[in-house]
Design a protein around this ligand. Structure first.
Ligand code: NAG
Length: 421
């Protein structure tokens, strides 16, 4: 009796030991308690763009009064021009209607498991003198309840920092890059602290907070980005050790720059690296053939798999052109048809600038579907992906809801399987 149970115990102990020894580093050293298994499950998600941070190209109707040029080009100038009470009233109806509970349910029904929700610092830590208006957080609270009901995880993403970290309209303020000037970095930490504290009781849904969307590494001090990330990481983890902390790659190489940083060995067990992969923001990219786009997407698979931490492609698209109206900024043209400074004509943007997925040509639809399928295969070689974006008013190449309805996107079945070999 004794010897038999001793033997059983010894067998259990041996198999436990060998499973510990063979476990990958991230499992052995990983902190417990994140409510999504980023080591073993695939992130499949969609961004809820144009909701709490306005982007003129996603919702051009909101900016139609200034379509012929003028001083309004982003959320900052929108609020500044309308004034607080008018901006509040217009934006609060936008927040209540752009994305609803039904969207969360549809997102879950098509097989996705994450939403990434961009939010500006001004929602959680407004600065005196800013024109921005508030009220988003009540809707965000609601969104988290909807996500919980639908079984979705939420990545909260600080998309705009004081001063702007990239000068893109999607940071809230188009133009200068003044983040890292004055007190802006510590003000950003305050925003992260407020977010982490507010949602510290919701870690069953809010699995991760992204410290900053797309800081433009080439125009900023990279060492100061790293030190912001270190204090931001601590700030998020002190909100709850069940949060993972997401850091954007700042457009630096995900292996040569990022391997060795923010990994388990450096004490950042709960870090997710976020890289954004678009092939439409240079003249040479918009000139690529559909098969060149597919090859470039496929090449990213091994690149992602070679990183030493959880790495997601937190933004990507079906678009192979930059035709979407105002994609490059309100009133700006496109590289694809040569109307953007420094570009030359590839082909007409007709039907791709403004239109519906249904009305895209059959060729365009097929090219988008094959590009999407290649990206799904490549990005699932590591932690997974989050598509940009769920809905647009009129930009067909970017509209995941309609791409799905048209059969050009599916989590579970590929129209173009095996393109990455
Ligand atoms: C998306 O589909 C809806 C419903 O059919 C349609 O009204 C809308 O114009 C479509 N938008 C795009 C960009 O495809």
């Amino acid at each position: 009796m004794f010897s038999k149970s001793f033997l059983q115990l010894a067998t259990v102990a041996t198999s436990l030991l060998s499973s510990v020894q063979s476990a990958p580093t991230s499992l052995r050293l990983g902190k417990r308690g994140v409510a999504f298994d980023y080591s073993n499950d695939k992130v499949r998600g969609v961004n809820l763009g144009g909701w709490f941070v306005l982007e003129p190209w996603i919702t051009p109707s909101i900016f139609s009064e200034w379509a012929d040029g003028g001083s309004v080009v982003d959320e900052y100038t929108y609020c500044q021009t309308l004034g607080t009470s008018e901006a509040e009233s217009r934006l609060s109806s936008h927040w209540k209607s752009w994305i609803t509970q039904d969207d969360f349910n549809q997102i879950a029904q098509i097989g996705l498991n994450h939403v990434r929700i961009p939010i500006g610092y001004w929602a959680v830590a407004p600065l005196q003198g800013d024109p921005y208006v508030q009220g988003q957080l009540a809707v965000l609270d609601q969104a988290i309840t909807w996500a919980r009901g639908a079984g979705l995880k939420v990545m909260l993403d600080l998309h705009g920092a004081p001063g702007s970290q990239n000068g893109f309209d999607n940071s809230g303020r188009y133009g200068a890059i003044d983040w890292q000037q004055g007190d802006t970095v510590s003000q950003t930490i305050t925003a992260i602290k407020n977010l982490a504290q507010r949602y510290s009781g919701d870690t069953d849904v809010v699995t991760t907070i992204e410290l900053l969307n797309e800081p433009l590494g080439s125009d900023l001090n990279l060492d100061e980005i790293l030190s912001y990330y270190q204090s931001g990481y601590k700030t998020v983890q002190s909100g709850s050790s069940s949060f993972a902390t997401t850091i954007h790659d700042a457009f630096e190489d995900i292996q040569t720059y990022w391997n060795g940083k923010f990994n388990a060995a450096s004490g950042n067990q709960n870090a997710i690296l976020d890289t954004h992969q678009y092939q439409v923001f240079s003249p040479s990219q918009v000139a690529m053939s559909p098969s060149a786009h597919v090859s470039a997407a496929c090449a990213l698979g091994p690149d992602l798999a070679g990183t030493d931490k959880w790495t997601i492609v937190g933004e990507w698209t079906g678009a192979q052109t930059d035709c979407a109206k105002w994609l490059n900024g309100l009133g700006k043209g496109a590289r694809y048809d040569g109307t953007f400074p420094g570009s030359s004509y590839v082909a007409s943007c007709s039907g791709k600038d403004v239109g519906t997925v249904q009305d895209l040509s059959t060729d365009d639809q097929n090219n988008i579907a094959s590009f999407i399928d290649a990206q799904l295969d490549a990005y699932e070689e590591h932690t997974g992906w989050i598509f940009w974006t769920w809905r647009t008013e009129s930009a067909p190449e970017w509209h995941l809801q309609n791409l799905t309805a048209a059969g050009l996107f599916s989590v579970s079945s590929r129209k173009y399987p095996g393109q990455c070999g």
